[in-house]
Each structure stands twice: as structure tokens, then as C-alpha cells.
Design a protein around this ligand. Structure first.
Ligand code: 0WK
Ligand code: BGC
Ligand code: BGC
Length: 924
């Protein structure tokens, strides 16, 4: 710096000396003084330029487009859930960083009733300089000891008190209690903290110091605490402004404008971190040599340039540098530069506040200067005050400019020209420099005239606000525990799944041996999968899934052609009489034949009948019990093919040759087997669930012959109906079972399939609603109605491509009054329920493929599983979770899952084709 500018500490030619350096009083002093102070004047044009540049940086950062050195950071503060006003309880707040070399501990009691306040108890602890610059552990241990000391005198009574950590530094927050320090500011520079989660560091320190009565539930930036502490009676504060040792602001931004967040509804609090504005030279036009000198000697040169123009930590230093400059140029203190004026930190905020206080008379100013080791003359008072005024005026106007930029952002974000809002303010610069406050208001009105701003000084530096955020965090943390507790039984670990696999193997063996077992292991009389030589036209029926279909299946050399028609099975038919049901089926067949010009033709027909049937032959199946919402009378215990034939018989002029009845699992296996000959397992995960596979005939009791294989319909939906399934049954499963038309039956199915998952979720949501975790505990009528939460919602809500906003849309269509937190909770519930279903299904498939491998005495087995069913096909993660579980539980089986394209109708036709071919060969 040239001789005309300020000098570095100490004296010319090097080392600091106690003896003041003196220089002659220049003739043109007034002009020199004017020149010097003029540097601190910022014109309105410059302010507007800074305002525009800052607004530009803010919007760039919101879009996630930060340059190499982000001008401002725009950090989401995870405070979206605004206080209900009902928050109550005792909270401890630890404030670190807001007020420089001290930390404050507060005990805040929230009454939960508007207007009634309990004065917080607080204590300030001075932080030794070596602690502010030493190892991070030392700083956090110091904080923990202060907390312990503070609590000693207070009625803690072995409770665990929620602690809110007011940590006033730039942090990437990833949760209300997770925050990574980006960089220190304001006189702090502890090692091993930047890049770390400061909540973890505090928790570890509390542990090391044996403080067990505190649980850290939230970390909050001081601007957020200031905004949240704003008395709701004075109107919602949507901006929090702090000017203390450092400076910063936060405000409520539309969530959809924050690229870093996956949310578009509602608002979220964003900490601007404007202290770093200008680090990319945007401030070049207003920075003075004094600012550069201050920056060079600071702990973080080149950083926080904007803060160093405004923050209370720097105002005194700037004044000192100017006073030193003026003294060295003989313009002050008789041209003598006392050592005090050359040593950093001599002048603090309180000095500037006193020196510039217009009501402080000359005597007072002289006293203050003498207390600093200076020997001022009366003539110096005016100049010293002007210097203080120049520095703090610039600070106030620049702070106002930044605030005006934030207001401009709010105008953009709310698409409102005129804005009326309250700004909560905190910090000693605002509190101690009255001129600062008035200049701030004036300049804001100048730069943002359309905004009518009410400034609301925070009464306790944001302590109450931090307590409110902590209360909200505590509430969310408590909700998180309740949610974890509720969902824990749905989280199955590998060990539990291995047990399920073993229990299924045991039940399979018992079922095959014809012993009592919840797995009926029904022989299907399908002995082979298609070999591609099948030919002909076949009719097929597909009953039991979401849709009833009639199909015309043409099997030719070139492949299989299918024409099909979906028909509805009204509930009153599905739950009417058997006669009604089968007459309805024949009506559909006749309608189909007419549409396809097949009337009068008697094509071989394959009947996919997706219910448990004991087959006595390919075309004989005794219905054992209805499942999946069907309950037609006079059918159970009857041969379904007979019932169909009788219905055909009741209909004049209809000729149909029912050749085979197959289960949809068998149809699916056959249909996929036509494409992939290794397909020896059929799996359905749709309305219901079930599996079949090719078993060695010798293992099938009750079916003559012991060579070759036969397809076994496991009817695994009933697995566990004998109580031998160790998977914990939750009260929600019990509610779904109780409300079903077949209580106590199809236990495994009711844990897995599409007919039930939505209902399980609905019951869990009702439970969480009753606990106050969801929908603010408000009763939601809509959720009381059965089947209102469709299983397809799970598939939609869990889709990765669906942002939270779409989750909300689905739920709002259900008329649920939800917050964004609620949408997250609902998604988590859906994930837990579908994950359990997929894992259990995977454990079942693992049991089957291991059985086949062992049947064949193979080290390794490569097998294909043909799959169908809406849940398996539409759910975004179900199929991969099933495959992961099978890989984990049957590592020696290479399992390919082949989704059936044409459903099991084709399979039924192929079974019919095989039967016809075999019958043909038998006749030849
Ligand atoms: C389509 C098949 C049908 C089966 C259904 C199961 O063609 O046989 O019953 O899948 O899935 P859902 O329709 O129950 O979801
Ligand atoms: C920090 C901010 C804080 C402000 C006021 C700045 O140095 O980066 O996080 O809000 O000081 O304390
Ligand atoms: C039935 C099975 C059928 C499964 C899938 C179950 O309810 O009992 O026969 O395979 O649903 O549709």
C-alpha cells in the first residue's frame, strides 16, 4: 500500500514500538480528511448496482447454478413446518457464533398459549481465543461444559431436555438435526470442523463431558431463530435479519424455486449467507484500501467480503485503520500514532457505538478514546465521530441494499409487486447503533419502495425462535420415533426371511406328502411345458384377476395369436349365486363368439380359474374355497368345469368343449414356457398371489406314477393359515383380515397381494393420524372409508420419478389435509408395506427354486419364473426387491423372471393344445 494509504501494524521500517510515531500536520488536512471519508460514501447508483447483482446471485444460487466461488449460498434451512403455536415445554438453546467470542445458553419455556410468555433464563460464557482458533473438539467440549454448568442450577430433574443448537455459520443442512459446516466466519477457525456435521460433534462432546440430560434435536442458523422468534401476534415474520459480529438474512422462499429441494408446494426457509457476497469481486467498486487491509489481516482473507463491510466484528477495526491512517498523516491525535491504534481489535463495536453516539458529548468521546490508550485532543472528537459515522453509515446502507435485494426476490417469488411483510431483526449492531436502524429503514424504502416493511426487533436474539424450531423438531423427532415403532414390524431382516423360506419348505414337503399343511400343493395334471409343436384355435377364459377375459388363441408354426375381450364381473355376481356367476361367464363367451364370428363353433376351451381347486384331472377341478373377494354360493366343493358345462347347457345353441381348467399360475408358467423352455415356475402377484412349479411326480402323494414331473399349484396364499408362519402379524394386518370376507384365511396373500396392501397402508395412516403424526392429528373422514387407498397408489407414490409434489396431489385428491412432512411419511409407509410384501414373495420363490435344485441334486440351477399380476408389473420396486431376496436366499439358483405378456389365457390355451395333442396321439 502506498505511503498515502493506511499502514500495517507497527511502524515504518518494521517492528512495533511503544513510542508513538508522529508526523507533521499537513496544510491541506480538510481536503485529505474529506478524501479519506469520501471513500466510504456509496452512491445510490452503486447501491442499486449491488442490489441487482446480489439479487442475480441469489436467483442463480436458487437454481443451483453457483459459480466457482458462490457469491451467496442460499442454503435451505429445513424449517418448512411452521410452528402450530401450540408448541410447549422446556427447551435448552445453545447459541454459538452469533455474538463473537461468547456463547450463550438459554432455558426457554414455551407455554403453547398465544400471548403468555415465560422470560427465558440465560447465561453468557466468554470463549477463550485459543478455543476459538484451536481444535474443534476443544470448542465443542467447552460448549458442553458450559451447558453442564448452566443446567446445574436448573430444575432438570433427570429429564432429557430437547436442545436447539443455534449455530451461526454457513452450513449445508440435510435435516433439522444434521448440518455440515461449510466454512468458519467471524473470528472462529477451529480445526477438524469444516465439512463435519456439527450436531454429531456436539453430541460427541456432550457424551465426553457426561451430559446426559440433553438431546440435540435441531440446529438452526441465528437468522432463522430470529425469524421464528417473532411474536406471531405481530404478524408472521417472513424475513430474519441479523447484524451482530457477522451479518446474514433468511427468508421464506417458495419451495418450488429451490432446485436443491424435491418439493414444490409450500415455502421453505432459506439462509441467504450474504456475508460471502462480493467474494467474486462484485463489490470492487465500493471496497476501500482499508477494507482490503482489514481483509488481508483477517482470519479468512478473500472471504466474507460483504460481511467485513457490515459486521460488528469489523466496524471497530475499520474505524481503527482509518484513524491510524489519519493519525499517520498528521490529521489526528496531533499526528501521533499510539501503538493501541496499530494493534488489531483495539476498537470494538461498543466503542464505535459510543463514539458515534450523537448524544455522547465530547467528554464521553475523549474518555472512550483515552480508555483505548489514545491521547485525543478535543479537536479530534468531531473527526473520530465522522469516521465512525462514515463506516457505520456505509454498513447500514449496504445492509439495507442486501435486504432490498431479498425483498426483490420475495416480489419475484410471490409474483407480487407490492409486498407487506415483517422483518425480524436481531444482533447488537442493530441494537447498539440507533443510526444504523434508521438508515436501514430509509435505504430500504429508497431501494424497495413497493415493499412496506415492519421491522420487529427480536427480544431475545432468537433464543425463543430456536426453541420454537426445536419444539417443531422435537415434535417431528417424536413423530419419527412413533413412525419407526409403527413400521418396525414391517422391516424383515435376512434371518427372518430365511426362517420364512424354511417354514415354506417344510409346509411344501408336508403338503406334497398329503399331510396337514397350510400349503395345499395341488396336482394340476400338467405334466409338461409346451414343446412348440402345439397347433390350432382355442378359446380361453381367464377368471380371477383384476379382469375377466375371454380369448381366442391361435397357435400356429409362426407363433401364437391372441384376440381377447375384457368383461366385468360385478361384485354382486362375484358374491351372488354360483349359477348367476357361471351364467354370466357363458353370456360373455357368447358375446365374444358373436363379436369374433365364432358363433356355433365348438372350439376346445381352456379355463384359467384362479382359485384353489383340487384337480382330479385336467378338466376336473373341485373349488376348495373362494378367495380375493369372490364368494359365489354353491360353488365351493363343486367341480368348476361341471358348473361351467351346466351353464353352457342352460344356454341354447352354445357348443363348447371344455378341455382343461388351469390355475393362473400354471397358465402363466405355460405361457412363458412357450417363449423360454427353462420356465418351470409360475408366479402371480396381483389381486391375489400364488405360485406353481414342476415337481418330481415321485414326490407327489396321491398321484400315481413316480417318473417325470407334474406342475404343482402351491396355493401359497394360504401359507401360515395354520399359524405356522413366523412373520409378525401387525394389528393392521389383523384389521385387514377381520374386515375381509374370509377372515383367518389366505394369511400369506393378505401380507403380499394387491387386494390388501392399500388397506394395510390405510390402517397404518389412520393409526398415525390418531397419534397426531399425520395430518396434524385432525380426524380425516375420507380415510375411514374402506378401499379408498388403492394399492395402485403405492406404485405411484413410490415411483422415483414422482416428486413429492405428485405424492401430495394423489393424497389431496383423497381429500387429505396434508403437509409436505405428511407426504414424506405416507411414502415411507407405502415403502415399508410393499417392501415386506416383496421380501416375503422373494422368500417364497427362493423356497421353490431351492426345492427344484435339490429335487434334481444340482449344485447350481438355472431356472425361469414366469410372472404376471398388476402389482408385480406396475410397482416400481417390487420386482427388483423380489429378485434381490431370491438372490440372497437361493444363491445357488440363477433365477430369471420373465413377465408374461399375454396373461395366462394363452397358457390355458397351450395346456388345452397339449391335452388335445396327447389325446390325438392316444387316439392314433
Ligand atoms: C393376468 C393373468 C390372470 C391373472 C392376473 C393376476 O392373465 O390369469 O389372474 O394376471 O393379476 P391381477 O389381474 O390380479 O393383478
Ligand atoms: C454466518 C451466518 C450468520 C451470520 C450472523 C455469518 O458470518 O455465516 O451463518 O447468520 O454470520 O451471525
Ligand atoms: C388364489 C390362487 C391364484 C392367486 C392369484 C389366489 O387368491 O387362491 O388360486 O393363483 O390368487 O390370482
Amino acid at each position: 500500500m502506498d505511503s498515502s494509504g493506511p499502514v500495517g501494524p507497527g511502524c515504518r521500517g518494521g517492528a512495533l514500538s511503544a513510542r508513538p510515531e508522529c508526523s507533521p500536520h499537513p496544510s491541506d488536512s480538510t481536503q485529505l480528511v474529506q478524501e479519506c471519508l469520501k471513500q466510504f460514501e456509496v452512491t445510490e447508483a452503486q447501491l442499486r448496482q449491488i442490489q441487482a447483482s446480489l439479487l442475480g446471485s441469489m436467483e442463480q444460487a436458487l437454481l443451483g447454478q453457483n459459480g466457482p466461488a458462490p457469491a451467496v449460498r442460499m442454503l435451505p434451512a429445513y424449517v418448512g413446518s411452521t410452528p402450530h403455536g401450540t408448541e410447549q415445554g422446556d427447551f435448552v438453546v445453545l447459541e454459538l457464533g452469533a455474538t463473537g467470542a461468547s456463547l450463550r445458553v438459554l432455558w426457554v419455556t414455551l407455554t403453547g398459549t398465544e400471548g403468555s410468555r415465560v422470560e427465558p433464563r440465560s447465561r453468557e460464557f466468554v470463549i477463550p481465543p485459543d478455543v476459538m482458533l484451536g481444535p474443534g473438539q476443544q470448542l465443542f467440549d467447552f460448549a458442553a461444559r458450559c451447558l453442564a454448568e448452566f443446567l446445574e442450577a436448573l430444575p432438570v430433574h433427570s429429564r432429557t431436555l430437547p436442545l436447539g443448537f443455534n449455530f451461526s455459520f454457513p452450513c449445508h443442512q440435510t435435516g433439522l438435526d444434521q448440518s455440515t459446516l461449510i466454512s468458519w466466519t467471524k473470528g472462529f477457525k477451529c480445526s477438524d470442523v469444516e465439512g463435519q456435521d456439527v450436531v454429531r460433534l456436539l453430541r460427541e462432546a456432550l457424551k465426553r463431558q457426561g451430559v446426559t440430560s440433553l438431546s440435540v434435536v435441531a440446529v438452526v442458523n441465528d437468522t432463522v431463530g430470529t425469524m421464528m422468534g417473532c411474536d406471531p401476534g405481530l404478524g408472521p415474520c417472513e424475513v430474519g435479519l441479523v447484524v451482530d459480529t457477522g451479518t446474514n438474512a433468511c427468508y421464506m422462499e417458495e419451495a418450488r424455486h429451490v432446485a436443491a429441494l424435491d418439493e414444490d408446494r409450500g415455502r421453505v426457509c432459506v439462509s441467504v449467507e450474504w456475508g460471502s457476497f462480493g467474494d467474486d469481486r462484485a463489490l470492487g467498486l465500493v471496497l476501500t484500501p482499508f477494507d482490503h487491509a482489514l481483509d488481508l489481516e483477517s482470519l479468512n482473507p478473500g472471504a466474507q467480503r460483504f460481511e467485513k463491510l457490515i459486521g460488528g466484528l469489523y466496524l471497530g477495526e475499520l474505524v481503527r485503520l482509518v484513524l491510524a491512517h489519519l493519525a499517520q498523516h498528521g490529521l489526528l491525535f496531533g499526528g501521533c500514532t499510539p501503538p493501541a491504534l496499530l494493534s488489531r481489535g483495539t476498537l470494538g463495536l461498543e466503542h464505535v457505538a459510543e463514539l458515534q453516539d450523537p448524544s455522547a458529548g465530547t467528554a464521553r468521546v475523549l474518555t472512550v478514546l483515552q480508555s483505548l490508550g489514545l491521547s485525543p485532543g478535543a479537536s479530534d472528537v468531531g473527526l473520530v465521530q465522522s469516521v465512525c459515522m462514515a463506516v457505520s453509515t456505509r454498513a447500514a446502507r449496504l445492509c439495507a441494499t442486501a435486504l432490498a435485494a431479498v425483498l426483490g426476490r420475495l416480489q419475484h417469488s410471490r409474483e407480487q409487486q407490492a409486498l407487506q411483510l415483517s422483518v425480524a431483526t436481531g444482533g447488537r449492531v442493530l441494537a447498539r447503533l440507533p443510526r444504523f436502524r434508521s438508515l436501514l429503514q430509509e435505504t430500504v424504502m429508497l431501494l424497495a419502495p413497493e415493499c412496506s416493511v415492519t421491522f420487529i426487533p427480536s427480544e431475545d436474539g432468537g433464543g425463543r425462535g430456536v426453541a420454537v424450531v426445536t419444539a417443531v423438531a422435537a415434535r417431528l423427532a417424536a413423530h419419527r420415533c412413533l413412525l419407526e415403532e409403527t413400521l418396525a414390524p414391517f422391516r424383515l431382516d435376512q434371518e427372518q426371511l430365511v426362517v420364512v423360506q424354511a417354514q415354506m419348505r417344510e409346509a411344501m414337503a408336508q403338503g406334497l406328502r398329503g399331510e396337514a399343511s397350510s400349503l395345499r400343493m395341488l396336482p394340476t395334471y400338467v405334466r409338461a411345458t409346451p414343446d412348440g409343436s402345439e397347433r390350432g384355435d382355442f378359446l380361453a377364459l381367464d377368471l380371477g384377476g383384476t379382469h375377466f377375459r375371454v380369448l381366442l388363441v391361435r397357435v400356429a408354426a409362426g407363433g401364437v395369436q391372441i384376440t381377447s375381450q375384457v368383461y366385468a364381473i360385478p361384485e354382486q355376481v362375484a358374491q351372488g349365486t354360483g349359477r348367476q356367476l357361471f351364467d354370466h361367464i357363458v353370456d360373455c363367451i357368447v358375446d365374444f363368439q358373436q363379436r369374433q364370428g365364432l358363433s356355433g363353433q365348438s372350439l376346445p376351451l381352456g379355463f384359467t380359474f384362479s382359485f384353489p381347486c383340487r384337480q382330479l384331472g385336467l378338466d376336473q377341478g373341485i373349488l376348495l374355497t373362494w378367495t380375493k373377494g369372490f364368494n359365489a354360493s354353491d360353488c365351493e366343493g363343486q367341480d368348476v368345469v361341471t358348473l361351467l358345462r351346466e351353464a353352457i347347457g342352460r344356454r341354447q345353441a352354445v357348443e363348447l368343449n371344455v378341455v382343461a381348467i388351469v390355475n393362473d399360475t400354471v397358465g402363466t408358467m405355460m405361457s412363458c414356457g412357450y417363449e423360454d423352455h427353462r420356465c418351470e415356475v409360475g408366479l402371480i402377484v396381483g389381486t391375489g398371489t400364488n405360485a406353481c412349479y414342476m415337481e418330481e411326480l415321485q414326490n407327489v402323494a396321491g398321484v400315481p406314477g413316480d417318473s417325470g414331473r407334474m406342475c404343482i399349484n402351491m396355493e401359497w396364499g394360504a401359507f401360515g393359515d395354520d399359524g405356522r408362519l413366523s412373520v409378525p402379524s401387525t394389528c393392521f394386518d389383523a384389521s385387514v383380515d377381520r374386515a375381509s370376507i374370509n377372515p383367518g384365511k389366505q394369511r400369506f396373500e393378505k401380507l403380499i397381494s394387491g387386494m390388501y396392501l392399500g388397506e394395510i397402508v390405510r390402517h397404518i395412516l389412520l393409526h398415525l393420524n390418531s397419534l397426531g403424526v399425520l395430518f396434524r392429528g385432525q380426524q380425516t373422514q375420507r380415510l375411514q372409508s374402506r378401499d379408498i387407498f388403492k394399492t395402485k397408489f403405492l406404485s405411484e407414490i413410490e415411483s422415483d420419478s414422482l416428486a413429492l409434489r405428485q405424492v401430495r396431489a394423489i393424497l389431496e385428491d383423497l381429500g387429505l389435509p396434508l403437509t409436505s412432512d405428511d407426504a414424506l411419511v405416507v411414502r415411507e409407509v407405502c415403502q415399508a408395506v410393499s417392501r415386506r410384501a416383496a421380501q416375503l414373495c422373494g422368500a417364497g420363490v427362493a423356497a421353490v427354486v431351492e426345492k427344484i435344485r435339490e429335487n434334481r441334486g444340482l449344485e447350481e440351477l438355472a431356472v425361469t419364473v414366469g410372472v404376471d399380476g398388476t402389482l408385480y408389473k406396475l410397482h416400481p420396486h417390487f420386482s427388483s426387491l423380489v429378485a434381490d431376496t431370491v438372490r440372497a436366499l437361493a444363491p445357488r439358483c440363477a433365477v430369471t423372471f420373465l413377465q408374461s405378456e399375454d396373461g395366462s389365457g394363452k397358457g390355458a390355451a397351450l395346456v388345452t393344445a397339449v391335452a388335445c395333442r396327447l389325446a390325438q396321439m392316444a387316439r392314433v
